[in-house]
Write a protein that binds this ligand. Structure first.
Ligand SMILES: CC(C)(COP(=O)(O)OP(=O)(O)OC[C@H]1O[C@@H](n2cnc3c(N)ncnc32)[C@H](O)[C@@H]1OP(=O)(O)O)[C@@H](O)C(=O)NCCC(=O)NCCS
Length: 223
């Protein structure tokens, strides 16, 4: 019976939505709710995409890179205060930043994350494991809180702890490293608080603000 009714409706071109055109008032209401639904779903999808946590922390999550945020990553990377101790010696365009992150997505020895602030619901930085050696089971950490209002609140330390736990407990790496410039006190403190120690000092290794400074190689073993 139901099949027969459906068949007749199609035959007489009586699709439920075709009726709305005959009644402009109901059409307007329908159209309004239709738009509202589309808007709501788009916002929901966008939020879901940004909040999707690969690694869950207390105040931050490490989430997959979001290529819609490239301009933000670019802004951080070109900022003078941010890039001072990061080996970002030359200006980079958004296109170059895109190529850089695309390479990291394709690589099997380089994994990057966006750092997502849970309470404020926004990206505040990026971090990565790079130079991963699957033979030696080692990797280097890259740690970047791009939003400077969030510096000195313990978030850098939490980011290092999360990345370290992931590297040891999921990737089965055994030794992690970070080469930190001697004037970068914030980074040294954050790594020490996350359980790293200085294993080697490279004397006058890098040129920063008009002088050669040391690099302290911070390490942590999975033991
Ligand atoms: C380095 C960085 C990741 C540290 O992140 P952060 O969120 O500021 O670190 P934390 O808040 O966890 O800081 C840890 C400690 O260092 C202190 N600290 C932070 N910045 C400092 C600074 N510039 N000078 C002195 N101490 C500082 C904090 O007060 C905290 O100490 P406390 O626990 O005794 O209060 C962040 O500053 C950053 O991204 N800088 C620019 C990029 C960079 O240099 N990356 C590292 C390359 S190796």
């Amino acid at each position: 019976m139901a099949k027969k009714v459906k068949f007749l409706a199609v035959k007489e071109n009586k699709h439920p939505f075709s009726e709305r055109k005959k009644n402009p008032k109901s059409y307007c209401i329908f159209h309004f709710f239709e738009r509202l639904y589309i808007m709501y779903s788009s916002i929901y999808i966008m939020t879901q995409k940004e909040e999707y946590a690969f690694i869950k922390g207390d105040r931050i999550n490490l989430v997959p890179l979001n290529f819609d945020h490239l301009a933000l990553y670019d802004k951080w990377g070109n900022d003078e205060d941010f890039r001072r101790y990061c080996r970002f010696f030359f200006p980079r365009s958004t296109e170059e930043v895109k190529n850089w992150f695309t390479a990291s997505v394709k690589s099997t020895n380089y994994y990057s994350f966006e750092v997502w602030h849970k309470e404020d619901k926004k990206p505040i930085g990026t971090c990565n494991l790079h130079c991963i050696s699957w033979i030696n089971r080692t990797a280097e950490l890259g740690t970047f809180i791009g939003e400077q209002d969030y510096w000195g609140k313990g978030l850098g330390t939490e980011m290092i702890i999360l990345l370290t736990k992931y590297a040891f407990q999921e990737l089965n790496l055994r030794k992690l490293k970070a080469g930190i410039f001697s004037p970068n006190l914030g980074s040294q403190k954050a790594f020490k608080k996350a359980g790293y120690h200085v294993e080697a000092t490279l004397k006058k290794e890098v040129y920063v603000d008009g002088e050669y400074v040391d690099i302290y190689n911070h390490v942590k073993y999975n033991e």
